[in-house]
Ligand binder design. Structure first.
Ligand code: SAM
Length: 286
């Protein structure tokens, strides 16, 4: 047994749990689970299993089911434990609470009531996928789950077209092929992307390619398991700033700033405003 039982300060402890491999839990997370006066979980069955695997005895401590839609009743119960000076550990079914998972309302309620809100951090599919995808991680935008309805999904993707970082989505295996097809349409088939499946599990797989290639490869296929999709930021179809500048100089010989920037933006698929500003700067330079 490698966990410590200590008296925890009163407060709410968000505990991250494994996203696949059961041993991906931190020693501190086990200490918190072993020591908290009350354990609350999105799924009490998975919590019991986790405690059992790691030899943490629940004993006489309450194990309470909670998710943000359990309603005010379940939340009030946890808030009453906090008000009575107890420590409450909360875990979602897998990964980090609040990351496309419940916990937000509980966190707000506990902090508004002046309680300590802290965490025992650990695995999350978004961080694991970013580590493996082979796409830039200097900036990323976690977009969670896209809408299920096609039209709403395409609009949501279009709204993310100019985000200057890697886009990260959680997706259901049943919808991932359609989602990649929609993304190719909304963002351009040439964008680099990756599909990370079954992370930390036996059949872990990372597929990399352009959106068009991935959508084509998955078309009509049955995808199994849990999936994260990552998409590179817009790259002006791979054109360098020098390429765009050269094309602008040529266009400006015979066109107005507006026409030249529109023509070049269309040809290179780049950011319209940025190209317009480049054209303006070149014009004033001459
Ligand atoms: N809170 C979790 C976290 O921190 O990653 C996410 C919970 S969300 C309800 C579940 C989604 O996360 C899945 O549909 C999938 O998109 C992604 N996910 C979770 N575990 C995964 C895994 N092992 N491999 C790939 N994706 C995973």
């Amino acid at each position: 047994m490698n966990h410590l039982t200590t008296k925890l300060q009163t407060g709410l402890y968000f505990v991250a749990t494994p996203i696949g491999s059961a041993r991906d839990i931190t020693l501190r997370a086990l200490d918190v689970l072993a020591s908290a006066d009350v354990i609350a979980a999105e799924d009490t069955r998975s919590m019991r299993r986790l405690l059992e695997i790691h030899g943490v005895a629940l004993g006489e401590r309450p194990l309470i089911a909670y998710h943000d839609h359990s309603g005010a009743g379940a939340r009030d119960k946890l808030m009453a434990h906090l008000a009575a000076g107890r420590s409450v550990a909360y875990a979602s079914e897998a990964g980090t609470p609040l990351i496309a998972d419940p916990g937000y309302d509980l966190s707000r309620a506990a902090s508004e009531a002046g309680h300590l809100v802290t965490s025992a951090p650990g695995p999350s599919a978004v961080a694991t996928a970013l580590t493996l995808a082979g796409l830039p991680t200097d900036a990323f935008f976690f977009a969670g789950f896209l809408p299920n309805a096609r039209k709403a999904r395409v609009s949501a993707l279009e709204a993310l077209r100019d985000v200057p970082g890697t886009l990260v989505f959680y997706e259901s295996p049943r919808r991932v092929a359609a989602m990649l097809g929609d993304a190719a349409q909304a963002l351009g088939a040439g964008r680099a992307a990756a599909m990370c499946r079954e992370l930390t599990k036996k059949f872990e797989e990372v597929r990399r390619g352009s959106l068009g290639e991935l959508a084509g490869a998955l078309d009509g296929q049955t995808v199994k398991g849990e999936v994260v999709v990552l998409i590179d930021r817009a790259r002006g179809d791979g054109a360098s700033e020098a390429d765009i500048e050269a094309a602008l100089r040529q266009a400006l010989d015979s066109m107005s700033v507006r026409d030249a920037s529109e023509t070049v933006a269309k040809a290179f698929g780049g950011h319209k405003r940025k190209i317009y500003q480049m054209a303006l700067a070149l014009k004033t330079e001459n």
